[in-house]
Design a protein around this ligand. Sequence first.
Ligand SMILES: O=C(O)CCC(=O)C(=O)O
Ligand SMILES: [Fe+2]
Length: 228
Amino acid sequence: MATWGGSSTSSSPSTTRRSPTPAPSRPARSSGEAALNEYISGVRKLAVRVMEAMSEGLGIAQADALSALVTAEGSDQVFRVNHYPPCRALQGLGCSVTGFGEHTDPQLVSVLRSNGTSGLQIALRDGQWVSVPSDRDSFFVNVGDSLQVLTNGRFKSVKHRVVANSLKSRVSFIYFGGPPLAQRIAPLPQLLGEGEQSLYKEFTWDEYKKAAYKSRLGDNRLAQFEKK
Ligand SMILES: O=C(O)CCC(=O)C(=O)O
Ligand SMILES: [Fe+2]
């Protein structure tokens, strides 16, 4: 299938930026950079709140049991801007072109906002694709593979993709909250019930990232770390 736009193609420039943690240590060089830093710090706070609510929902007494991994010194955070130009050739054809192929995000949590143009879809358990409403004032929070492991599968990383729009350009801004490279990714001990074993082999975030880069986007990257 053809791919249209997205962060990996040169036809539509996009930006991947590693965010300083927790806050920039030097003054911003421009008002644009200052605004970007402010935005990143805001969505990071949102990610922390969501992870705290998840801990609470899981009955974990320690509120920051999950969120501490994204606030930790050296946490691995990425901010990405994707641009999908309109694919006018599709108009009236009743078919679609992939903008960003199906995948799960490897980090703990992703916080996405778009310019209000539709295109993002998630896969339901039965494999059916459903569109995520393209409200520019809403945030879409996605569970990543690492959070699936930390919760021993209680939260699942959801497969998603982007389908190009025939009329409007789509721009998305995504904050990916990852742990420090040396962080061991394993189910939280306080979460495991009596006799409950981890569903996954042990690995660090660095090992998982390296394995993810070696795999293809659409591969089930967690599969090689699942205990058989
Ligand atoms: O651009 C989008 O809406 C989603 C992109 C995405 O899933 C990603 O960058 O991981
Ligand atoms: Fe993604």
